[in-house]
Design a protein around this ligand. Structure first.
Ligand code: IVH
Length: 708
């Protein structure tokens, strides 16, 4: 970046002459602002945080020696070094959720069926759905009080986002004041910020002419443009907005999805003109075809169609699963395809020992993104498609899923290729890799697994990566790259080591801050980020343990059912005895099947896992799971539904019980508090009577929770 002749960048700060210092401050101001722009505008930094810190530290050191040389545009005048700390955090009062996906017409039919079945007796047979384009931008929440825009926030992780109020005010599609008189006191409008193809092309042309790096796609550019610290930069970018949802609202302007969209339109928001009200599956799929047909000519990116149940009362009753509503789904457009050369097949070892073949590709652009790797799924798939090194292959990328190799272009196969031989040994630790045989079906598993278990470094590293991942401990500054390096250097071998890093570093002869790529500030930030995770929600903690088959949903279920880590652990250890009450209870939890139950028992039955868990609990305190609705008479109670109910379908009964803080179990035990018995209740009712469990009719249950 700097000229060769008067380059003083290699001279230590305390040896610089005044003239050199002046030149250096000029260079650093330009360089830091260049990296700021890359980071914020493009969300694509060129250098590591540590190198960036080093630039800033050097700038500060020189300024400290020559205060009279401090430039008016000095980077030290701008606050904070860690970029993510520069926007204030905003907690969403109503979480910003994501959507489930459908990739085929059949999956849309299943969605419609699921919605109808959720209700009793054809109640929702005529339910209508709104079809809206799924805009490929970034979602924001805009809070209006008494019609005035007060707060604009990004989605973030759905619970907490960033305060970007100054930036959203520069977007002309977003009104500063809502039009009309019947505006609720509080209303959070939600929708998508995006950039058009034309504005994206114009911006890139200008950057190219100015010798600047160009942007990758409109979506990333819109995201980067909104996350500018300097709102005048956002203002210079032409961003647009469509409203399609809402968060907290003191009152709603209508009782249907379509009605609220129309009201938001009347208040001054752009709403998408392709939005359609559909009477059934045929019309929904027709809307999908229509949008796909006009997609290329829209001038902005859409990546599918979102269907939403129109009646808001039905939406409310349907509620949510994990992070997505039951009342909506995204029907994605077909995946984009490309052809490229497969250079190599690499075998990756996952945290549970699964050997996954990954195709290393000659880079190719698919749907605006450069793809270098694609999954080959497993051994059988490679054999079935006869994929070989050197082949030309067709790859496909759909939305956010991992690109995959679809097929081989046989006409382009080079002469000397050989069929791929899948290794029978783990590439990381050399242990045997085997395909387990399912005892029930007698069939071989499609996945080949390393049998090295705890001695396999690849599994250990992957478990650690999972441990710090976004939905687990989510430690800022400690990602996959750092975990690999720390493992290699012996700094972190087990999860608890992460929390001992700071203390050990203080005694280390080669402390982290002296390592290439790290500095005082970045190390300090890392330790602060680690400390911030010494408490975290129980469900995240359980998920972080990386127990086979225990994803986020199961982790939440376990957190809810057992309440505290000690209780979970004691129960799982006891459940090692399959005859125990604990094992029966575990299997009785609605949503936990035998595969999951056995994986849990196996995990807690392994002494090494218990040792690591203990060591971790000496450092970290998971917060006991608290049920949100605490003032209900069924909070914390366990209920079993049996027989056929009159007013509620089984699904709605379960969702309703959970909304009031009850746990729903699939079988009756001494720990059951209530059995709600409908028509033709059989063995469960009998068991309840034997055990003296309180039996309620459907009406009594509804009256108990206050829905009678
Ligand atoms: S509704 C509770 N409608 O898709 C439902 N989302 O995959 C909240 N998106 O984070 C989302 N167009 O960024 C909804 N018409 C639309 C949308 C849309 C784009 C995005 C949004 C959301 C993501 C979920």
């Amino acid at each position: 970046m700097s000229g060769a002749s008067n380059d003083a960048s290699h001279i230590p700060a305390d040896e610089l002459t005044k003239a050199q210092a002046e030149a250096e401050l000029e260079r650093l101001a330009a360089e830091i602002s260049h990296h700021d722009a890359l980071y914020y505008a493009k969300d694509a930094p060129e250098i590591s945080d540590a190198d960036y810190d080093a630039l800033r530290r050097r700038n500060e050191a020189i300024e400290a020696r020559f205060p009279e040389l401090v430039r008016p545009d000095s980077p030290s005048g701008r606050v904070g070094a860690a970029p993510s700390e520069q926007f204030a955090k905003v907690t969403h009062t109503v979480p910003m959720l994501s959507l489930g996906n459908a990739f085929s017409d059949e999956e849309v039919c299943e969605f419609v069926e699921r919605v109808r079945r959720f209700f009793k007796k054809g109640e929702a047979d005529n339910a209508r759905f709104v079809a809206e384009p799924k805009i490929d931008g970034l979602s924001v929440s805009l809070r209006y009080e008494k019609g005035e825009l007060l707060l604009g926030a990004t989605r973030g992780d759905g619970m907490t986002g960033e305060n970007v109020t100054a930036n959203v005010r520069t977007i002309s599609d977003i009104p500063g004041r809502l039009a009309g008189d019947n505006v609720p006191d509080v209303f959070e409008v939600r929708g998508e910020v995006f950039m058009t193809h034309a504005d994206f092309a114009e911006l890139n042309a200008a950057r190219e002419a100015a010798g600047k790096q160009t942007y990758v796609n409109p979506r990333n550019t819109a995201a980067g443009s909104l996350r500018q610290l300097d709102a005048s930069v956002t203002a210079a970018r032409k961003l647009h907005f469509f409203a399609y949802a809402w968060g907290e609202a003191s009152a709603l302007p209508a009782d249907t999805q379509m009605g609220v969209i129309e009201a938001m339109g009347a208040w001054g928001f752009p709403v998408n003109p392709l939005t359609r009200l559909c009477s059934g599956i045929e019309e929904m799929l027709a809307a999908h075809r229509e949008m796909e047909a006009v997609r290329a000519g829209l001038g902005y990116d859409i990546d599918g169609v979102v269907y939403k149940v129109n009646r808001l009362d039905l939406q409310e009753r349907l509620g949510f699963v994990s992070r997505a509503p039951r009342w909506a789904i995204a029907h994605k457009f077909p995946a984009e395809k490309a052809t490229t050369v497969l250079k190599d097949i690499e075998i990756q070892v996952g945290r549970t020992g699964a050997l996954t073949p990954v195709a290393k590709l000659a880079p190719v652009t698919v749907g605006g993104v450069v793809v270098r790797n694609a999954t080959l799924h497993n051994e059988d798939e490679i054999a079935r498609k006869d994929v070989r090194k050197g082949d030309t292959v067709v790859i496909q990328r759909a939305g956010d899923v991992i690109p995959q190799v679809l097929s081989v272009v046989m006409e382009r196969r080079p002469r000397d290729t050989k069929p791929f031989e899948f290794p029978k040994q783990c590439p990381a630790c050399g242990s045997h890799a085997v395909r387990e045989v399912n005892p029930k079906t007698g069939k071989e598993d499609v996945v080949r697994r390393c049998t090295g278990g705890l001695i396999c470094p690849a599994q250990a590293v992957e478990r650690l990566k999972h441990f710090v991942s976004r939905n687990a401990f989510d430690i800022e500054g400690l990602g996959a790259k750092q975990i690999e390096a720390f493992y290699e250097e012996g700094r972190v071998r087990r999860p608890d080591d992460i929390f001992k890093l700071e203390a050990r570093n203080a005694r280390d002869r080669k402390p982290l801050q002296e390592k290439e790529g790290w500095g005082e500030q970045s190390v300090k930030n890392l330790f602060a980020a680690i400390d911030a995770r010494r408490t975290l929600p129980l469900d995240r903690f359980i998920y972080a343990l990386g127990i086979r088959h225990v994803g986020e949903t199961t982790a939440r279920l376990l957190a809810k059912s057992y309440g505290a880590i000690e209780a979970l652990r004691a129960a799982m250890v006891a459940a090692g005895d399959h005859e125990s009450a604990e094992y029966a209870e575990l299997n009785a939890i609605d949503g936990i099947g035998q595969v999951v139950a056995d994986a849990l028992v196996e995990f807690f039955g392994e002494p090494h896992n218990i040792e690591v868990l203990d060591a971790l609990l000496a450092e970290v305190t998971p917060q006991p799971f608290v049920v949100e609705e605490t003032n209900s008479p069924v909070t914390g109670k366990t209920v079993v539904f049996t027989g056929s109910l009159e007013r509620l379908s089984r699904s709605e009964a379960k969702v309703m019980a959970e909304r009031y803080g009850a746990k729903v179990a699939g079988s009756v035990s001494a720990k059951t508090d209530y059995v709600v018995a409908g028509e033709a209740a059989g063995s469960k009712l009998k068991k309840a009577q034997e055990l003296g469990v309180r039996v309620l009719s459907e009406e009594e249950w509804l009256a108990l929770v206050g829905e009678g």
